[in-house]
Design a protein around this ligand. Sequence first.
Ligand SMILES: [Zn+2]
Length: 195
Amino acid sequence: MNARTHVIGHPDDSFFDDCRIRTVERYKTSGLSGDGWRFSYAVELCRKGAVVARTVVGSLHYAAALLAGAVQLSLVELEGDDRWEVLPFQQVPGAGVCCQPGCADAATNVYSLKKEWSKDCRFSTEPDPAYAPVREFCDAHRRRGDCGLDDADDNYVVVSGPGPEGSEVNPAKVRESSTVVIDFREDHGEKDADA
Ligand SMILES: [Zn+2]
């Protein structure tokens, strides 16, 4: 890949792409108070298959509340919170990992963007040639579809790899979108809607 290109994330990439709460059991022994099982709860925030931040708390209720707030924070914000342990994270954009949120597979396709769209897809700009934004995808995610404007086959130019042509999305991942059919019955002044 050209050294001047820059891998930019998927529009829906909010850094953390997985999270979980694990029950951690411990058999406590004590000559004074006796022996017995004790439980704590490990909260883990992940990206691309790796745990990047974690903490351990004493109740499942607190773990769930903590998790709900933490997924909205940045890694830098978590680093400033003593309750969290932030782990070394090597997989950054440009490291050859698929840009599909949640996918940790090696990128085998590099696409440059024809236009960069705003988050709400209302505005687009021509990429600065000196910046040359690209996205990388693995073989399973090389087809991007024709629904969006930013992340869409028509908005990419294949720089390297086979590209979307001839790629079949795993049938297990394909699900038809729900549709809305509005039937205007003028003769009765009725309107039916099926979702
Ligand atoms: Zn992928």
